[in-house]
Design a binder for this molecule. Structure first.
Ligand SMILES: [Mn+2]
Length: 273
């Protein structure tokens, strides 16, 4: 039995199938941990969603910003942009089942010494605190009031986490961190417009995992979301968004021995732009 962490698929179904073959995935005993952003920008979001849902308990999914965007678009809370490729899901006969399943997924998953999250954690959060905050969001998204959470998330430009926040705004601020964090200040203020490589972050900000004195323990955080960081492993960090949808690679890492498996995505018509 092996666990494979898989990077941001973003609707790239063919590369995902190639990767599944490459790792010789055994649905009877292996498990796949997806870092989120299952959908959008790539050509086959509907097929990806149906496939991962069909894996049942063999798949663990944490939600990414594009997955939440899909839920918000489906509720007419925000509008698609020209580069979004979610139309087929919205028009699908099984749309409600797929979206209902997506809404039940986690924001953070913890097992053994690993934490799976789409983007990252604020430096002032311990792993226990982050897990509790993610659980608040999961409860909110699974409730009849989930639209209020999504309404508070769009637009989110001014949203910053504070422990004083309450209600839907609190849940939206937690979501913003867990699904979009790349750079933040030493005090844990998010710089949410920066998407470039870690060595060009604006003055006063750090990659979230490099913030001095951030709360940490022996947990290894597995994340995606930061394509310009790419596949990046260091002590207690496995970052695996290797830019599949940008024509680079889709990555799986076998957690027991950190073996990396990749498929080339340059020939699949998966271009983020
Ligand atoms: Mn993302």
């Amino acid at each position: 039995m092996a666990i494979y962490a898989i990077g941001d698929v973003q609707g790239c179904y063919e590369p995902l199938q190639r990767l599944i073959e490459h790792i010789r995935f055994d649905a009877g005993s292996d498990r796949l941990w997806f870092v989120g952003d299952l959908v959008n920008r790539g050509p086959d979001s509907l097929k990806v969603l149906r496939y991962i849902k069909s894996l049942g308990d063999s798949a663990v999914v944490v939600l990414g910003n594009h997955d939440l965007f899909l839920l918000a678009v489906a509720e007419n809370i925000t509008a698609m942009r020209p580069e979004d490729t979610l139309q087929a899901i919205l028009a699908a006969p099984d749309r409600d089942e797929l979206l209902g399943w997506l809404r039940q997924q986690r924001l953070l998953y913890r097992e053994q010494q690993f934490v799976l999250v789409h983007a990252g954690l604020l430096p002032q959060w311990s792993i226990d605190e982050a897990e509790e905050l993610a659980h608040e969001v999961e409860t909110g998204l699974r409730s009849p009031y989930y639209k209020n959470v999504l309404l508070a998330l769009y637009p989110s430009k001014q949203l910053q986490w504070s422990p004083k926040l309450t209600g839907p705004t609190r849940l939206a601020a937690i979501i913003k961190v867990l699904t979009r964090l790349r750079a933040c200040s030493a005090a844990g203020l998010m710089e949410s417009s920066y998407t470039g490589p870690p060595d060009q972050i604006p003055a006063g900000f750090f990659p979230w995992f490099r913030v001095p004195h951030r709360k940490r323990d022996d947990t290894t955080i597995i994340c995606g979301h930061w394509a310009s960081l790419g596949l990046h492993c260091e002590e207690h960090l496995i970052a695996i968004d290797s830019g599949c949808v940008w024509g680079r690679q889709l990555t799986a890492m076998r957690l027991e021995d950190r073996m990396v498996f990749q498929v080339d995505c340059s020939n699949f018509g998966c271009r983020g732009d």
